[in-house]
Design a protein around this ligand. Structure first.
Ligand code: MG
Length: 156
């Protein structure tokens, strides 16, 4: 068994779609990023790479690489799951938390799990929680959104 932790945050700006967990969520702003800015997918990718002991997301998906410009982060997650498999591991469990003051994410949790399962991780092995930051800090002011994820890998 291996465990990994992932964290990510991105800035909210106007003129971008808000993509979280592979789902396009109706909101007046979206997350700035080289890819689609999907903090939840990025946190999960980093948790898996961490559990593999293979560095971090930036090493595998450099934000200077034109290949990942506006890339779907679920695709990045899919590549990461393949990386785990090629190293002899499978995902046993993903737990995650998205911290966003707005919008309310609860109605989208099931859709996110479904979208993230396109990566090859079984839907029933993904848990997603949503919280606000009680109005405090950069999240509370609506400046950005953050996500945390933990991954358990099992040697196959
Ligand atoms: Mg990111």
């Amino acid at each position: 068994m291996r465990i990994g932790i992932g964290y990510d945050s991105h800035r909210l700006i106007e003129g971008r779609n808000l993509i979280l967990g592979g789902v396009n969520i109706p909101f007046e702003k979206g997350l700035l990023g080289h890819s689609d800015g999907d903090v939840l997918s990025h946190a999960i990718v980093d948790a898996i790479i961490g559990a593999l002991g293979l560095g971090d997301i930036g090493k595998h998906f450099p934000d200077t690489d034109p290949k990942y410009k506006d890339a779907s982060s679920v695709e990045m997650l899919k590549h990461t799951v393949e990386l785990a498999v090629s190293n002899g591991f499978e995902v046993s469990w993903i737990d995650s938390t998205v911290v966003a003051e707005k919008p309310k994410l609860f109605p989208y949790i099931e859709s996110m799990k479904k979208a993230l399962s396109q990566s090859g991780i079984l839907l029933e092995l993904i848990n997603i929680k949503a919280k606000t930051n009680e109005g405090m800090g950069f999240i509370g002011s609506g400046e950005g959104i953050a996500a945390y994820a933990v991954c358990l890998l099992k040697k196959v």
